[in-house]
Write a protein that binds this ligand. Structure first.
Ligand code: G4P
Length: 525
């Protein structure tokens, strides 16, 4: 197969959802269709969040197990599909944000009864920022839920994106009879069954009386009315708008009952984007370029003390990656060869000889990589768009063992390179502040510093509301601001100016008083 064909047939995406909406179940069913697994219940990685939050070692152990399921590749109808898993536990939200930088599209799962929930809203913000094309799967139609038209309105309003149903439910809950596939013009009849795949019935048109025989007169009439309304209210589905990230097609179904999943997948492979262009500081990269390029979006540490290696996950942005070929590690400015790159097929991790743009490969890492690093065939490129978000929790980190200052320093730096949390150094008192999205990271850091670096840290409270990156074209105003707020000024790991606001009020006052300064809540601007 030519390089171009290989790249065009790739579909790399993530399934995102608020916990419990059915992400794991849907992922598993997609794998079933691809023949990648044979029994339901095989994908367990997202059960992590169901352990007590305080027991993070248990969580880490499970995260270790879930390395293999971090990326799941499979073949379906001559497409090569790569699903990127995202951590279910919200304390690892930063991981999820970064994973979203490595996908070309996203499927959002929404629970029909719960509608749009907080986590979904946040993740959608990231998709909107990056103009990532999204499809929505409304799950659990076998249960009572919100009225579908109302739910569509909610999706539009809460997710800030236009929607267009491409399938439509015939009732729901106890009287759920199936869905009408608007995209293909056929009826899928529902039989509750967790393992087998439903059969579809093609209708010449919606007025065909066959429909009445299949679902009864009342439901057939209701469906016809609904479809008329849909066609009146929503314009024709436009793939270009979907690809531009402006329009989300919506499907209804029940992942648990393997219902509505095939329609989603069939439509997905047809319309979802193959690898897209990627921005770098230097130029835009076309995935079809002959030369290889890629970036590290995730580093997964193995928590097993007897086997303390990491895996760096590389998203291939262009060309073909080959085993044992020299590639340039741009930040270090040196050439490197990889003898055991791994790819992820189904749930197995295996050594591969080559991989193409769109694929994710894992490289064994002993501290050579950090998040955002670029590998290329030789060109000097720096990929953009691996944002850090303003953390939600902050603590001072202090040395608890003066004999181990160096170790602590090294440990903190490496853990930050892995993207475990963010480090800010207060410019006023030179104290180090760690910012995270959840309490768990503090425990993870403390444990890992001790066990991997022999260093001991202790945490001290700091009252902070937000950290934001500041910039301005007006040099005098910027300097003036930094002087006025000297106690609250810090730098991040890259040396960029960060303002630490201790309350929402202070934040707003600063924005009001310094109109020429831009306050950013993500590090990419
Ligand atoms: P998540 O990864 O998004 O967190 O959700 P997950 O797939 O684990 O699903 C959450 C719960 O919702 C699971 O039940 C799952 O069986 C159920 N579920 C998923 N899809 C459907 C559906 O279409 N209909 C119905 N009725 N339920 C669905 P659980 O009891 O928490 O877990 P389990 O013991 O069944 O594994």
């Amino acid at each position: 197969m030519s390089l171009q064909t290989e790249i065009n047939r790739r579909r790399t995406f993530a399934v995102i959802a608020h916990p419990d909406a059915g992400k794991t179940t849907l992922t598993e069913k997609l794998l079933l269709f691809g023949g990648a697994i044979h029994i339901a219940g095989a994908v367990k990685s997202n059960k992590i969040r169901k352990t007590a939050t305080s027991d993070w070692m248990e969580i880490e152990k499970q995260r270790g197990i879930s390395v293999a399921t971090s990326v799941m590749g499979f073949e379906y109808k001559n497409y090569k599909i790569n699903i990127l898993d995202t951590p279910g536990h919200q304390d690892f939200a930063e991981d999820t944000y970064r994973t979203l930088t490595a996908v070309d599209s996203v499927i959002i799962v929404v629970d029909t009864a719960k509608g749009v929930e907080t986590q979904t809203r946040k993740l959608m913000e990231v998709c909107r920022m990056r103009k990532t094309p999204v499809m929505i799967f409304v799950n659990k139609m076998d249960r009572e839920g919100k009225e579908p038209f109302e739910l569509l309105d909610e999706l539009e309003k809460e997710l800030g994106i236009n929607v267009r149903p491409l399938s439509w439910p015939i009732n729901q809950g106890f009287s759920f009879k199936g869905v009408y596939n608007i995209y293909k013009d056929n009826v899928e009849l529902y039989t509750p069954n967790k393992q087998t795949i439903s059969e579809s019935i093609q209708l010449s048109d919606i007025n065909n009386q066959e429909l009445n025989k299949l679902v009864g007169d009342t439901d057939a009439e209701k469906l016809r009315e609904d479809l008329e309304l849909i066609n009146g209210v929503y314009s024709e589905f436009d793939t270009e708008q979907y690809l531009a990230g402006d329009l989300a097609p919506v499907f209804f179904g029940s992942a648990l009952n393997t219902f509505g999943v095939r329609e989603l997948l069939d439509c997905f492979v047809e319309i979802a984007p193959s690898p897209r262009n990627t921005e770098t500081l230097e130029r835009e990269i076309d995935p079809h370029e002959e030369n290889f390029s890629g970036f590290i979006f995730k580093i997964h540490a193995n928590m097993d003390p007897n086997h303390r290696s990491c895996i760096a996950f590389v998203k291939i942005c262009s060309g073909k990656f080959e085993r044992n070929v020299n590639y340039r590690h741009v930040r270090h400015g040196k050439m490197m060869r990889f003898s055991s790159p791994t790819a992820f097929m189904a749930q197995k991790k295996e050594t591969v000889d080559d991989a193409y743009a769109g694929d994710i490969i894992g490289l064994p890492d002993t501290g050579t990589f950090k998040i955002g690093d670029t590998l290329t065939s030789g060109e000097i490129l720096h990929f953009k768009g691996l944002p850090s978000f303003s953390p939600e929790m902050f603590k001072y980190i202090e040395n608890a063992d003066p004999m181990k200052t160096k170790q602590l320093e090294k440990g903190i730096n490496q853990l930050m390179d892995e993207g475990v949390a963010q480090l800010f150094v207060n410019q006023f008192n030179n104290r180090k502040i760690i910012g995270t999205v959840g309490q768990l990271q503090f425990e993870v850091i403390q444990y890992r510093l001790l066990h991997e670096y022999g260093a001991q840290c202790k945490w001290e409270p700091i009252n902070l509301y937000k950290a934001c990156w500041i910039e301005s074209n007006n040099h005098t105003e910027l300097e003036n601001f930094k002087k006025r707020k000297a106690q609250f000024m810090a730098v991040d790991k890259e040396g960029r100016d960060v303002f630490l606001a201790d309350s929402n009020y202070v934040m707003q006052m600063a924005q009001n008083d310094f109109k020429n300064i831009k306050f950013h809540f993500t590090s990419e601007f």
